[in-house]
Ligand binder design. Sequence first.
Ligand code: TRP
Length: 333
Amino acid sequence: MESNQTPKKRVFSAIQPSGMLTLGNYLGALKNWVSLQESYDCIYSVADLHAITARQEPALLRKQVTETFALLLAVGINPEKAAVFVQSHVPAHAELAWVLSCFTQFGELGRMTQFKDKSIRHADNINAGLFSYPCLMAADILLYRADYVPVGEDQRQHLELSRDIAVRVNGLYNDAFTVPDALIPKIGARVMSLQDPQKKMSKSDPNAGAWVALLDKPDDIRRKFRRAVTDSGSEVHVAQGKDGVNNLIGIYAALTGKSVPEIEREFDGRGYGDFKAAVGEAVVEALTPVQERFARLIADKAGLERLMAEGAEAAGKIAGRVLAKVYRKIGLR
Ligand code: TRP
C-alpha cells in the first residue's frame, strides 16, 4: 500500500455451506459482496465450522463446502480482489473463539433468539457449539479487524454481541480489536417465498416451487416464476398487502437495475402472466453465466484446491498476527 493512499476499509462476511444457495442468498447477500470488492478490502469465508453445530454427513459436508466455495467465485467474487477461504482452513478461528468464549457471559448467549429458536427446532441436539456459536462468529470478524460486516436481519443480534465482546476485551486489554459496524444492503435485501410471499425464501421449504436455487435448470426457474403466487387484481404495481407482486417487482428491480416506476410503466396494462414470465427470464439471464462459470470451476478440482489454499494463506497471515497479539495481551506465552 502506498503511503499517500488511505487504506481501504475492511469488510468481512461469511456464509454457511448448508446445501444449495438460493436466489435469496444471491440478491440478499452475494450480489452485494461482489460490488463491495470494488471499494473495500474484502474477506469472505465459507463457515464450515458453524455448519457442524447441526449434525452433518461427512461426504456431503465436504461436497457442499467445495460447491459453496465455487459458487462464491461463480457469482463474481474475484480472488484477485478479495480473499476467499474456508473457515476451518485457518486454525486461528477456532483458537480465538475459545478465548472470546471466556469473555462472553452465559446470560448473553442464552438471550440469542437464534439459539432459542434452534433449541426448540432441534431439541435432540442442543450442543455447546450451538450455544457458543456467536463467539465463533465474533472470532471470524475480529480476527480481520473488519470495519464493516454485511449481514442480514437474522444475524444482526450476533453482530451486536460481537461488538459487545470487542468493546469489553478492548476495555480490559487496551484496543485489541476493531469494533465492527453492520452493513445492511440497500437493494433486494429480502427475497420472499414464491408460494407464500409473507415468508422469507428458504431452501428448507419442503415445497421446491417456493424457492429458486442458483443451480436450478432454466426451465425449472421459468416454471417456478410462472406458478409464483400473485394477488387478486392484475396490475403490476407496488401496493400494501400485494406481497406476491411486490416480491416479484423487488426481484426484477434488483436484477435489471430498473426503478419501480420504470417497471410499473413497462408492464402497464400487460397483466401478471407477462410480468411473471419476464421476471423468470431475467432470473435465467442472470443465473446462466453463473451456472456456466460454476460448471467450469467445479470440473477443475485441482484449480479449486489451489484457490482454497491461496485464500487460506492470505487470510491466515492476517488472522495469525491478530491472534498472536491477543495471546500476548492476555498473558499467554
Ligand atoms: N452465522 C452466519 C449465518 O449463518 C454466517 C457467519 C459466520 C457470519 N461467521 C460470520 C456472517 C461472520 C457474518 C460475519 O448466516
